[in-house]
Design a protein around this ligand. Structure first.
Ligand SMILES: Cc1cc2nc3c(=O)[nH]c(=O)nc-3n(C[C@H](O)[C@H](O)[C@H](O)COP(=O)(O)O)c2cc1C
Length: 206
């Protein structure tokens, strides 16, 4: 199905500024975008529950539910920042203080973060890659559910997402990995314009 609106039309949408939420599902799917600049407060429990509910509706081979999510808010964000610093210091004992300060403050860029984790389970028909894909689909569902409710979100990774000391500090088991840090909050700043990409460029008859 072709989009209902062109991306130029989408730029007229003014999320978080008086639109009616939740928005239509196709509108959310067509126009979701990342929001790097986020403010408090933590979204309401109702909004968060809608986001969580969207996560667990991801496609999931053999219904393994190969995911779990850590909710990091308030003071826990500082603990996560400390973990990042510990990991960076383990790699480079002489890392400079400016880099340390930047790392420490990363989790403070939103009032709430979800650590999206792929939890591998042994299964004859479902290889690990499929379980990662399911956890990633759950993660994308959360971004879309946030957008549909006028809430900003961005999926972030970077070296800290793959660092053994961060994994250990967050309590991951050996069969788990971080899919991403999802930063969630109120949208700050102006709306990013979507690229004018033609979906049909990515579909060919075969
Ligand atoms: C696996 C993954 C990792 C990402 N990591 C980062 C990141 O570390 N920092 C960041 O700013 N954005 C990150 N993003 C978000 C992308 O930069 C973003 O989706 C892209 O710029 C397109 O923008 P849009 O989401 O608004 O369409 C990540 C996205 C994915 C899927």
């Amino acid at each position: 199905m072709l989009p209902l609106y062109s991306s130029t039309d989408a730029n007229l949408f003014s999320i978080g500024q008086g639109n009616n939420y939740p928005m239509d599902a196709l509108e959310a799917l067509h126009y979701r975008r990342s929001y790097p600049r986020l403010d408090g407060p933590v979204p309401s429990d109702k909004i968060l529950q809608n986001i969580y509910k969207a996560a667990i509706r991801a496609a999931d081979h053999a219904l393994l539910k190969p995911w779990r999510f850590l909710v990091v808010q308030g003071e826990s964000r500082n603990r996560l920042g400390d973990l990042f610093v510990e990991a960076a210091r383990a790699d480079d004992a002489y890392i400079d203080e400016a880099k340390i300060a930047k790392l420490r403050s990363k989790p403070l860029r939103a009032p709430l973060l979800l650590v999206s984790i792929s939890s591998q389970q042994e299964h004859l028909k479902v290889p690990p890659i499929e379980q990662d894909l399911s956890a990633a689909a759950a993660t994308q569902n959360m971004l879309t559910a946030a957008y549909a409710q006028g809430i900003g979100a961005i999926w972030r990774t970077g070296s800290m997402a793959y660092h053994p000391s961060v994994e250990k500090g967050l309590g991951l088991r050996n069969d788990e990995k971080i899919i991403g840090f999802i930063y969630i909050g109120n949208i700050r700043g102006s709306e990013k314009k979507l690229l004018d990409t033609n979906p049909n460029d990515y579909f060919q008859d075969w």
